[in-house]
Design a protein around this ligand. Structure first.
Ligand code: NAD
Ligand code: TYD
Length: 334
C-alpha cells in the first residue's frame, strides 16, 4: 500500500506522514515536496530510519518527478499547495501554477497508473466562500473570493472531473482551518503565539469578528486516513472541527495562554476580500464514524506549549528567513 504524500514537508502533510507511519507502519511512504519557504525537511526528522520512507525534493508541476514518485503507489494524497491567503493577494500566479496546474500534472500521471486505488485531493472549506449563516454542505455551490481559494476550487473540480470523465478513483476533502504543531508562523495561531511570546503586538484584521472553524491537525489526519480506504470515488467530504470562534476571541485566548496582556492586540487594516465566516456541515463524514476528538481548549493549550517548547523550530523561520521577512514587510508595514 505504497502511498505518495505530496507537500509532506509542510504543516498538515508532515503531521499526516507521522500519523500514517504510526497507524500503518508497513506501508511504504514517499514524500514529494518542493521545499518552498513553507516546507521544512526537519519536519520529517523523526521519520528518518522508518522502513519504506523516502523523501524526494521535487515539484508537483514536474511530470518526471511526479512519474517517478507515483510509480507503484496505491494511494496518493495531494497536500502540496501554496496556502497563504495573504500571499495570494500579491502573487496569484504561483497559486495558479502549483495549486491548479500541479494538481493537473498529478491527475494526468494518476491516469497512467495501474496500481492506484485512491487519489485524495486536499481541498478547503474556503472554496465555498463566505458563509453568513448556516453551514456549507458538500453539494453547495462554490463561491471562492480570493486567488488562493479560487485556485483550490479549480483543483477541487479538476480532480472531480477526472473521476467523472475517466473514472479515476478520486475523492476530495474540504477541511476547515487546521491548527497544531509545525504550522508555518505566518498563519494566525502560530504568528500570534510566537509574537506574544516575544511581546510583539499581534495584528488583528478589521473588527476581529471574522469567524473560522478550528480543526486540530490530528483530527484532520484521521479523517484523511479513513477516507483512503473507506471513501467513495467521486465524492467530496467536509472535515470541520466544530469550533467556530471569532478572531478576537481566539486572540484573547492565545494571549491568556501565553500569559500576556490584551493590550498587545493591535487592530490593523482589514484583509482585502476578507471572508467573514466559514462553517461546515460534516454530517456526511460523521455518518461514517468520524468525529473530531481534540477539544479546542486542550488542543490550543497544547499547541501554545509546542511553540513555547520549540523556539529552535520557529525562531529561524521568523528571524533569518527572507520569505517571512519580505512578506511581513510588504503586507503589514507596506
Ligand atoms: P503548508 O504551506 O504548510 O505546506 C505546503 C507544502 O507544499 C510545503 O511543504 C511546500 O514546500 C509544498 N509545496 C508547495 N508547492 C509545491 C510544489 N509545486 N511541489 C511540491 N511541493 C510543493 O500548507 P498546509 O497548511 O500544510 O496545507 C496543506 C494542504 O491542506 C494544502 O493543499 C491546503 O490548501 C490544504 N488545507 C489547509 C488548511 C489549513 O488550515 N492549513 C485547511 C484546509 C485545507
Ligand atoms: P489565516 O491563519 O491566514 O487563515 P485563513 O485566511 O486561511 O482562514 O487567517 C485566519 C483568520 O485570522 C482570518 O480571518 C484572517 C485573520 N488574521 C488576522 O486577523 N491577522 C493576521 O495577521 C493573520 C495572518 C490572519
Amino acid at each position: 500500500m505504497k502511498t505518495l504524500v505530496t507537500g509532506g514537508a509542510g504543516f498538515i502533510g508532515s503531521n499526516f506522514v507521522r500519523h500514517l507511519a504510526r497507524t500503518h507502519p508497513d506501508w511504504p511512504i514517499v514524500v514529494l515536496d518542493k521545499l518552498t519557504y513553507a516546507g521544512r525537511r526537519e519536519n520529517l526528522q523523526d521519520l528518518e530510519g522508518h522502513p519504506g520512507f523516502e523523501f524526494v525534493q521535487g515539484d508537483i508541476t514536474d511530470p518526471q518527478a511526479v512519474a517517478r514518485t507515483m510509480d507503484g503507489c496505491a494511494y496518493v494524497v495531494n497536500f502540496a499547495a501554496e496556502t497563504h491567503v495573504d500571499r495570494s493577494l500579491y502573487d496569484a500566479g504561483s497559486f495558479i501554477h502549483t495549486d491548479v496546474h500541479g494538481t493537473f500534472v498529478l491527475l494526468e500521471e494518476a491516469r497512467r497508473s495501474r496500481t492506484l486505488r485512491t487519489f485524495v485531493q486536499i481541498s478547503t472549506d474556503e472554496v465555498y466562500g463566505s458563509v453568513p449563516t448556516g453551514s456549507s454542505r458538500e453539494t453547495d455551490p462554490l463561491m471562492p473570493r480570493n486567488p488562493y481559494s479560487a485556485s483550490k476550487a479549480g483543483a477541487d473540480r479538476l480532480a472531480y472531473s477526472y473521476w467523472a470523465t475517466y473514472g479515476l478513483p478520486v475523492l476530495v476533502t474540504r477541511a476547515s482551518n487546521n491548527y497544531g504543531s509545525h504550522q508555518f508562523p505566518e498563519k494566525i495561531i502560530p504568528l500570534f503565539v510566537t509574537h506574544a511570546i516575544d511581546d510583539i503586538p499581534v495584528p488583528l484584521y478589521g473588527d476581529g469578528l471574522n469567524v473560522r472553524d478550528w480543526l486540530h491537525v490530528d483530527d484532520h489526519c484521521r479523517a484523511v486516513e479513513m477516507l483512503l480506504t473507506q471513501g467513495a470515488p467521486g465524492e467530496t467530504y467536509n472535515v470541520g472541527g466544530g469550533n467556530e470562534v471569532p478572531n478576537i476571541e481566539l486572540t484573547k485566548r492565545i494571549l491568556a495562554l501565553v500569559g500576556k496582556p490584551e493590550s498587545l492586540i493591535q487592530p490593523v487594516t482589514d484583509r482585502m476580500g476578507h471572508d467573514r465566516r466559514y462553517s461546515l456541515d460534516c454530517s456526511k463524514l460523521r455518518a461514517m464514524g468520524w468525529s473530531p476528538q481534540v477539544p479546542f481548549e486542550r488542543g490550543l493549550a497544547e499547541t501554545v506549549e509546542w511553540y513555547r517548547a520549540h523556539p529552535e523550530w520557529w525562531r529561524p523561520l521568523k528571524e533569518a528567513n527572507p520569505a517571512f521577512r519580505e512578506h511581513y514587510q510588504r503586507h503589514y508595514r507596506g
